[in-house]
Design a protein. Structure first.
Lengths: 298, 372
């Protein structure tokens, strides 16, 4: 294997990993404040993809406007899911919350299946995103190059919100102790709604990117991606935003490396990604950047 | 108690003397889920054939009982059990993919209910199963058709094969092609495995570009195949690509966009070259009803599962006798179906021709017919 091919595969892995990272951030944020693994996150991503599709194909909006529609729509949906499904269970045992999250996930998948059918639809990708860039023998479409850049920008934005704003301070405080935060005069429910909104907006961006890079949308598209992003969040250390990004990249690279070096076993690349997850958990149960569970967060 | 007995006896007598009975035929199809694109077009054919010929010779009405298996193995087994035990079907059509059809056959074979598969092409499906039948060709035939066409007509010598680890159909067809291609003097330079549901194939296409084969064989279904063609185009990989019947529908072309131009695949039937009088009549009736000028090959095959089933039921003295129906299905010879002339042997396998199509300007265009 010569250097160009090796580099090409690394670029492929980087692009795929950034996609997982984008979605993993949403998992980790919600987990940070609620200790809830929001299994519906992958499906919010699917809804984001669909909203983008509707925006472009049916409402005939320009791409940028469709993206905004998808982000706003998904953020509202995320906040609504918190209001309707999770808030009434705030004081219930964590396991009830987890089961509810699975319920929300099934609800979204099946609702979309019933209303829009299970047949994959072609996502109309704007031509300027499909241009292929050739750099020293490495080829990559513009859309795939944009993914890591946007992920980095969004990561910076999230970190800025968390560490430089009052809301961020409230979110970090919430991660320590919900009861005390309430006593300090902060409306914990409002902050949690905000976290769901931010997480879901990120999922929508992830959904749009997914639909642009692999131009089809269908109701089950979020299942496997969501699972892998969840694995990424755990590998990186769930609760840590930086860890989610690191975990996403690791899972992305693992998959590409399996195909690059063991093409015969390519069908098992998901298995490799999850074996990796098990190994990490065996040797470092909190994940790579995870800090001790009940102390610090973010 | 006595009243009940009297009631039951009179009901039984009534049922036996009423002349026009209703006979249930089960259909298991993925109407939702990842395979819905195929399931819906295939069921359309079954349903339409039923509307054209709803009655048997003796005046009995055939009623279709459809169960959606959502493209899932476990759902398929449950659906089949339900059809047999609570709907009392005399025969079952469908299940579409080989993986799911194997489940239908496993359940139905034990209960001695005949199954006719429309498009399940895996070779092993009918092995040692008395009640398994099909109206399509097998993968060993399909694989050989592609291999011969590629080596003899297109003079291609090296190939990369991409198989789907999770699909019986894909693994079987990959093997059939590999064997036939090697026999014809070709070399398989690389074999890559993927898995249903994968979307990112950048690493796969980069690999193929390095291997630089004359052609690529993709025994996959349309979701994966279309993503590969798109990503192949992005890295500038422009080699002839070939698939089996797994991409034989419009959704594949919609998903692949202009990246599927020149893509070749085998199919069972093409509406622009109707093979029998029955095809012409069916196409005309279908056009009159739906306004669609085209007839998908899966629709034609779906119609033929129903036609073969009805034909077998008509040949039985008692059209509810499942064992007799099964024997009659296996005697089908030179049967004029919608999709072509069908012969079914004692193993339940059909002998029939295949067509090769090329995607040109966003349409699957008929190229040639290959006879067995």
């Amino acid at each position: 294997m010569d250097v160009t091919i090796f580099m090409q595969q690394m670029v492929n892995g980087f692009s795929l990993g950034s996609m997982y990272a984008l979605i993993a951030i949403g998992y980790t944020m919600v987990y940070g404040v609620l200790r809830l693994i929001n299994f519906a996150h992958g499906d919010i991503m699917m809804v984001g993809g669909f909203l983008g599709y509707f925006g472009i194909a049916i409402l005939e909006l320009p791409f940028g406007a469709a993206v905004i529609l998808a982000i706003v729509g998904s953020a509202l949906l995320g906040m609504a899911s918190d209001r309707i499904a999770y808030r009434p269970l705030r004081s219930a045992p964590k396991i009830s919350l987890l089961i509810t999250a699975i319920g929300v996930s099934f609800f979204l998948e099946n609702a979309f299946n019933v209303f829009f059918g299970g047949v994959p639809r072609a996502f109309p990708v704007p031509a300027y995103l499909e241009v292929v860039v050739d750099f020293m023998g490495l080829t990559m479409p513009v859309s795939a190059i944009l993914v890591p850049i946007i992920t980095a920008c969004l990561l910076a934005m999230i970190l800025w919100v968390l560490y430089k704003t009052k809301y961020g301070m409230a979110i970090r405080a919430l991660a320590f102790d919900v009861g005390t935060v309430n006593l300090m005069g902060i409306d914990a429910n409002r902050i949690i709604t905000l976290v769901f909104g931010m997480g879901s907006a990120l999922a929508a961006v992830g959904g749009i990117f997914w639909a642009v890079n692999y131009p089809s949308v269908e109701p089950m598209m979020g299942v496997l991606v969501g699972l892998k992003a969840f694995a990424a969040a755990v590998v990186g250390g769930i609760g840590s935003v930086g860890g989610a990004v690191l975990g996403g990249l690791i899972i992305g690279f693992t998959e590409v490396v399996v195909i690059a070096f063991l093409p015969e076993l390519g069908g098992y690349k998901d298995a490799f990604a999850f074996i990796f997850l098990i190994l990490i958990l065996l040797f470092k149960p909190t994940g790579i950047l995870g800090i001790d569970f009940e102390k610090s967060r973010f | 108690m006595r009243k009940l007995v009297v009631l039951a006896t009179s009901a039984a007598v009534l049922a036996s003397i009423s002349f026009a009975k209703e006979i249930n035929v089960g259909v298991v199809m993925p109407m939702s889920g990842p395979l819905a694109a195929y399931g819906q077009v295939c069921y359309e054919g079954v349903e339409f054939a039923n509307s054209l010929q709803p009655k048997l010779k003796n005046g009995d009405t055939v009623k279709l009982v459809l169960v959606d298996n959502k493209g899932d193995k476990v759902e398929t087994a449950t659906a089949t059990t339900r059809l047999i035990s609570s709907d009392k079907v005399v025969g079952i059509l469908g299940a579409l993919t080989s993986t799911n059809t194997a489940q239908v056959i496993a359940v139905a074979d034990k209960k001695q209910i005949p199954v006719i598969a429309a498009v399940a092409t895996n070779d092993k499906l009918t092995e040692q199963k008395q009640f398994a039948n099909r109206v399509c060709f097998t993968d060993s035939f399909q694989g050989a058709v592609v291999a011969n066409y590629a080596t003899k007509d297109l003079k291609l010598k090296t190939a990369v094969v991409i198989a789907d680890q999770a699909q019986v159909y894909s693994l079987g067809l990959a093997k059939a092609f590999t064997d036939a291609f090697k026999k014809a003097g070709g070399t398989i330079v690389k074999e890559i495995k993927v898995s249903s549901g994968d979307k990112d194939f950048k690493a796969v296409v980069s690999q193929i570009k390095t291997a630089n084969p004359d052609m690529i064989f993709l025994p996959l279904y349309h979701p994966e195949a279309s993503m590969i063609t798109r990503q192949a185009k992005q890295v500038g990989l422009a080699k002839p690509m070939f698939s089996g019947d797994g991409v034989a529908n419009q959704t594949f072309i919609d998903l692949g966009g202009d990246s599927v131009e020149g893509y070749m695949f085998t199919d069972f039937f093409d509406y622009s070259a109707p093979p029998t009088q029955k095809s012409k009549d069916f196409i005309a009736a279908y056009e009159a009803k739906t306004g669609k000028k085209e007839l998908n090959s899966f629709t034609a095959l779906g119609a033929d599962t129903y036609n073969v089933m009805i034909n077998a039921m008509n040949n039985c003295a008692n059209p509810s006798d499942s064992v007799c129906i099964n024997n009659e299905i296996k005697k089908t010879t030179a049967f004029e179906g919608v999709s072509g002339v069908i012969n079914i042997d004692k193993n339940g396998n059909a002998t029939r021709s295949a067509v090769i199509k090329v995607i040109t300007n966003g349409k699957a265009v008929y190229k040639s017919t290959v006879n067995p």
